[in-house]
Design a protein around this ligand. Structure first.
Ligand code: THU
Length: 130
């Protein structure tokens, strides 16, 4: 099993653990950082707006474990659409990666490969402050 297959399997397992009783829209994510995999899945709440996306849960899992240099994230859903990360997640990921590979898997098992730079070329930053 190559490392990408491992990441994909991990993502499918993470998707199974999604807590999505309201939308029923399960999302799994696996983030690769310094050779280790950090899983995440969406965690919904009855107070809908405080739901947390799978990508940010994976990122927080990595950060908690001291992994601050993101290389790749695989994201999977059951839907026919590819699960492009939302804007908030793109901004969150961009804090820990200049660029990173983003691999999307839809419910039919089709794979689309892109990068953080392509999806989010202009993250918010404050480095211009004097
Ligand atoms: N969701 C994610 O996990 N990642 C995204 O990038 C967008 C949306 C989740 C949140 C919610 O639980 C479900 O998908 C439907 O919006």
């Amino acid at each position: 099993m190559n490392s990408e297959e491992g990441l994909i399997r991990s993502t499918m397992k993470a998707k199974e653990r999604a807590y999505a009783p309201y939308s029923k829209f399960r999302v799994g994510a696996s983030l690769l950082s310094s050779g280790k995999i950090y899983q995440g899945f969406n965690i919904e709440n009855v107070s809908y707006s405080i739901t947390i996306c799978a990508e940010r849960v994976a990122a927080i899992n990595a950060i908690l474990n001291g992994a601050l240099d993101f290389e790749k994230i695989v994201i999977a859903t059951d839907s026919k659409e590819f699960p492009y990360p939302c804007g908030a997640c793109l901004q969150f990921l961009s804090e820990f990666a200049q660029d990173m590979d983003i691999i999307l898997i839809n419910g039919e098992g089709k794979v689309e490969k892109t990068t953080l730079k392509k999806l989010f070329p202009k993250p918010f930053e404050t480095s211009g402050l004097k």
